[in-house]
Design a protein. Structure first.
Length: 106
């Protein structure tokens, strides 16, 4: 399955458009991640716990989007957009959504 943020696939012809496909993931930020992240924020540097959670959520959302496209018979998803949001009480959860257009290319 080819995944791209572009609206076309260079050197190939898109023969069929299946429409919008999406995938979402919501991951809670637990208290231990919050404690370590606040320590990192105080002393500086990157928050590995949150980075790992972001990567995990993105991977889940993209996989769900790919699976939805494959179920339609697509062999690519074009015009992919990833959105990151915090949701829930006190913004305690991280949501990642992936969306794009499922297509078949030659």
């Amino acid at each position: 399955m080819l995944l791209t943020t572009t609206n076309s696939i260079e050197g190939h012809t898109i023969s069929e458009y299946y429409g919008l496909v999406t995938g979402e993931a919501i991951i809670g930020a637990n208290i231990f991640k919050d404690i370590f992240a606040s320590i990192t924020d105080v002393v500086g540097g990157r928050s590995g716990a949150y980075e790992k959670a972001l990567i995990e959520a993105k991977d889940i959302a993209v996989k769900e989007m790919k699976d939805a496209a494959a179920a339609l018979g697509a062999n690519a998803v074009i015009a992919i957009d990833l959105d990151y949001e915090t949701v829930g009480k006190s913004s305690g959860m991280l949501m990642v959504s992936a969306s794009g257009t499922a297509v078949k290319f030659q």
